[in-house]
Write a protein that binds this ligand. Structure first.
Ligand SMILES: *Cc1c(COP(=O)(O)O)cnc(C)c1O
Length: 396
């Protein structure tokens, strides 16, 4: 048994989940990456550069905001961790800033990434521009059509957006294309956007997002006199914002960790992305984890109206902490998330990303004790979701 939830064994497993399933040709790449991460990312030189960029480029620390009217409504003390105020509008940039420093240290000049809705593509293109590195982003054909503003942002930031030949699962196609490119160009750096993919990526991305819970601890201590909340709530697509928000609390058994999955039209509707509720252990590109699975062993097409959560597999750290009972999974439907987005807008003057609205909606499904201190990770802002909101609420 590992002593910490955050520790992997030598093969990169969290409990029974994880590992480094990669084509043999890429094995040196993941080994080189792990060695570089271990030797560089804990040095003072890295720490200084990373911290400076988080402060001056990303805008950290992000506030821990006491949501007065929302707290009144639920009879508990609700704090929102304002990742929506990060540069580029979500938490994703915490990770891309960390990985671009690592890539630069490794002498890499060509960065590749895949993106679904385009948020990770934008966060990657942003740091490539910052460092003057080449950037290729693979994106499903359909997603390129649907996500015009993010495609435009990537182009403005000098990224090349390449269409992955699209089936019904655009993000999976984009992932396959990116891995194919990496195999053909093993000198390039593959910048993964969530706590997914082969070991050591889940570990690296969780570490770069851990700044979220490090700040929460300190800010909560200043505001309430105690550093650990009773509950921490975050939405889970791949699981990077949740891993970051839970990081400092995994091994402190007092606080409950609530991982909120997207249930689409309903967990058992057949149109759902609630992997942590429905998932079965299986191998997705790069790792063993929970994923949506159909009877014949094919990966089921996920569904959620929120593009950032519409992913067929959660990362191995979440699979492990949910399987062992350390974290609890709650599923929220599209409808419920949309209502929660409107509620936050009207009660607090903050329009959340639809992904983050899933986490907010879980407040109504949790067993809350009077005066609980609850931190909700507000992973992103709602600008990108305005069309979805207006379709749902045409009569505002
Ligand atoms: C991408 C995204 C998510 C989902 O990704 P995780 O890796 O699970 O955090 C959640 N919220 C927002 C705003 C996003 O852009």
């Amino acid at each position: 048994m590992n002593t910490s939830y955050l520790e992997t064994d030598a093969l990169g497993f969290y409990g029974e989940f994880g590992g480094a399933y990669v084509p043999e040709l890429l094995r040196p790449n993941v080994e080189e990456l792990e060695a570089a991460f271990n030797s560089y990312c804990f040095t003072e030189a890295f720490e200084n550069e990373y911290t400076d960029l988080l402060r001056d480029f990303v805008g950290r620390p992000t506030p821990l905001y006491y949501a007065n009217r929302l707290s009144e409504k639920y009879g508990v003390h609700i704090y929102l961790k304002r990742e929506d105020l990060c540069h580029t509008g979500a938490h994703k940039v915490n990770n891309t800033v960390g990985q671009i420093l690592l890539a630069k240290h490794m002498g890499k000049t060509d960065i590749i990434a895949e993106t679904g809705a385009g948020q990770h593509g934008v966060a990657t293109a942003t740091v490539c521009a910052l460092m003057g590195l080449n950037c290729i982003v693979y994106m499903g054909e359909k997603d390129i059509e649907r996500q015009t503003p993010n495609v435009q942002r990537m182009k403005m930031l000098v990224a090349e957006v390449r269409a992955a030949v699209s089936g019904s699962k655009p993000l999976k196609d984009a992932t396959n294309e990116a891995i194919r490119h990496w195999r053909n160009h093993p000198d390039s750096y593959y910048l993964i956007g969530s706590v997914v993919g082969p070991h050591p990526y889940p570990k690296i991305v969780a570490y770069f997002q851990s700044v979220i819970s490090k700040e929460i601890e300190q800010q909560l201590l200043e505001k309430t006199g105690k550093s650990s909340p009773d509950k921490v709530v975050a939405c889970v697509g791949g699981g990077s914002n949740a891993a970051g928000a839970f990081y400092e609390f995994y091994d402190n058994k007092n606080g409950a960790l609530v991982a909120v999955a997207a249930a689409g039209f309903g967990v058992h509707s057949g149109k759902s992305a609630a992997t942590s509720v429905l998932g079965t252990p299986a191998v997705l590109p790069g790792r063993l984890t929970l994923r949506m699975q159909e009877e014949d062993g094919q990966v089921a097409a996920p569904h959620s109206s929120s593009a950032g959560l519409d992913y067929p597999g959660i990362g191995p750290l979440h699979a492990h902490t949910i399987a062992t009972g350390r974290a609890k999974a709650i599923a929220i439907t599209d409808e419920e998330a949309l209502e929660a987005a409107l509620e936050l807008s009207r009660l607090e003057g903050i329009i959340p990303a639809l992904e983050s609205a899933h986490a907010l909606s879980a407040l109504g499904k949790m067993k809350l004790q009077k005066d609980d201190v609850v931190v909700v990770n507000l992973s992103g802002r709602g600008d990108k979701d305005m069309n979805t909101y207006m379709d749902k609420f045409p009569n505002l």
